[in-house]
Design a protein around this ligand. Structure first.
Ligand code: GDP
Length: 529
């Protein structure tokens, strides 16, 4: 018999949506939540976004720029499964955050705009999914508009993203001529009826393309074209292979229109059936199986000041094994301390709620005052750390410039706390009092300046500084490290976690330093340890 943990883990489906901005991620999310019964009305996701703006003023910036800086977790039940959808921030500048969310999911859903095809950000996100062979399903959106020829589009996905496509649904027409989709595995035809298609019950479904009524609905010519196209597809494309999908080698493809809620339920039905439940996870010592009794998990995201009334932070922990129950204690591996997980949050789509219990695949939010960092592992006492949650070397650097010198303490605190969220990194050079901020995108400096003022009452600006790139320093030999430290002190700094970092004024300088210190490792990412 399966244990409680094993059966709960088996029904979890934890995933994220990856897409280029404007492909329809938010709209699709909304429709998925509708099917989960999590929200009553279309428009609620945007409504919730607006409500959250009210709770934290800095998000006014997010609104101004039309970007989504925060991500969240939505949980809903569907067909006997529990679906966890981890939202990824939409703006390109926030890539790092997105990368880390993708370490916390078991699969991904890729949304492609039928008119635009494979776009630049989708390519990048796909590269990240590749690192862990994350299984991916594809939804080709906006079929109610004219777009690329579906066969050519699949070719594009295959050649640009280097993944086999297995169409599961196939469109009948497009744009003004969109009539429906054929389900290639069941043979069923689902008609497109704008304003309906809300659920299966509202839709017209024929058992096959041979149903005589279909011809009456779409016309003889279109039916003939469809038959021809289906033959072509059968000959030219791949059929669904569950193992290839799970290995990340093949993506099942669906066509539809998110805004019209068309084709979405077919996708969701297939998703909950075939998408993987939580998989084993690598740690520093061993593989952790989800069905193990004891709780383990790792933190993939920190969000500061979610609620201005409580100046605390929420650490988002992905559960990898065992069962979480409200009020339990867990072992915080990095500090070696037990932490009481009181008031942990779960993320039912209706609202954040106090968690009663949670299982592998679920995410809980842990309130803390800065003791918990991205990449931290929790267990019930075992000394293990989950691996693979990267911290990327920033590519842009600025020195913080304070307008009121009396606010130095607040500035330091603000920079350190905001850097815990992971979008920026904070460095203190060994030999100066400078406060250096590193980021992967320019926009992040604006966000930090705005939040420093809004949340910490500090008026600070950022000025250019002569740093081109950063590398984390590793060296097993204490003597070599000490020598290196002395010789290069002018270029060394400590990051927020106290790790040694080399801040290079140029690539050439970095290269020379590396050549001169062959026994020292220069790392472009820091694995959270
Ligand atoms: P995101 O940036 O990926 O989250 O995209 P959104 O969900 O905000 O959608 C971007 C725009 O495309 C919005 O104006 C949507 O209303 C629109 N949109 C989304 N799905 C469809 C669709 O199926 N058909 C059409 N015509 N527009 C859509």
């Amino acid at each position: 018999m399966m244990t409680d943990v094993a059966s709960e883990a088996a029904r979890r489906r934890t995933f994220a949506i990856i897409s280029h901005p404007d492909a329809g991620k938010t709209t699709l999310t909304e429709k998925l939540l509708l099917f989960g019964g999590a929200i009553q009305m279309a428009g609620s996701v945007k409504g919730r976004k607006a409500a959250r703006h009210a709770t934290s003023d800095w998000m006014a910036l997010e609104k101004e720029r039309g970007i989504s800086v925060t991500s969240s977790v939505m949980q809903f039940p569907y067909a006997g499964r529990i679906v966890n959808l981890l939202d990824t921030p939409g703006h390109a500048d926030f890539g790092e955050d997105t990368y880390r969310v993708l370490t916390a999911v078991d699969s991904a859903l890729m949304v492609i705009d039928v008119a635009k095809g494979v776009e630049e950000r989708t390519i990048k996100l796909m590269e990240v999914c590749r690192l862990r062979d994350t299984p991916i399903m594809t939804f080709i959106n906006k079929l109610d508009r004219e777009g690329k020829n579906p066969i050519e589009l699949l070719d594009e996905v295959e050649s640009v993203l280097k993944i086999q496509c297995a169409p599961v649904t196939w469109p009948i027409g497009m744009g003004q001529r969109l009539k429906g989709v054929v389900h290639l595995l069941t043979g069923e035809v689902h008609l497109y009826e704008p304003g309906r298609n809300f659920t299966r019950q509202d839709s017209t479904i024929f058992a096959s393309i041979d149903d005589p009524q279909l011809e009456a609905r779409i016309g003889a010519q279109m039916l003939a074209e469809l038959r021809e196209e289906l033959e072509l597809v059968a000959g030219a494309s791949h059929s669904f292979d569950a193992d290839k999908y799970l290995r990340g080698e093949q993506t099942p493809v669906f066509f539809g229109s998110a805004v019209n809620n068309f084709g979405v339920q077919l996708l969701l039905d297939f998703f909950v059936e075939h998408a993987p439940s939580p998989r084993p996870r690598a740690t520093t010592t061993r593989q952790v199986q989800p069905e193990e009794d004891r709780l383990t998990g790792f933190v993939f995201k920190i969000q500061a000041n979610m609620d201005p009334q409580h100046r605390d932070r929420v650490a988002f922990m992905r559960i990898c094994s065992g069962r979480f129950s409200a009020g339990m204690k867990a072992f915080h591996v990095r500090s070696g301390k037990e932490i009481k997980l009181a008031n942990a949050l779960t993320f039912m789509a209706s609202d954040r709620e106090i968690a009663e219990s949670a299982y592998p695949g679920d995410v809980i939010g842990i309130h803390n005052h800065g003791t918990i960092a991205i990449g931290d592992s929790f267990t019930e006492g075992e000394l293990l750390s989950f691996t693979g949650i990267p911290n990327f070397a920033p590519e842009l650097f600025r020195r913080a410039r304070l307008r009121d010198p009396l606010k130095l303490k607040q500035l330091q605190k603000g920079l350190a706390q905001l850097s815990e969220e992971g979008a920026t990194q904070f460095f203190r050079p060994l030999l100066s009092n400078d406060l250096i901020l590193g980021a992967v995108g320019m926009l992040q400096f604006d966000v930090v300046a705005y939040r420093l003022k809004d949340e910490y009452g500090v008026d600070a600006g950022f000025e250019p500084v002569n740093i081109a790139t950063a590398r984390w320093i590793r060296c097993d030999d204490p003597k070599t490290l000490e020598e290196f430290r002395e010789k290069h002190a002018a270029h060394l700094a400590l990051d927020a976690a106290g790790e040694l970092v080399y801040l290079a004024p140029s690539r050439v300088n970095l290269q020379l330093a590396q050549e001169r210190a062959p026994n020292v490792q220069f790392m472009a990412t820091r694995e959270h340890a």
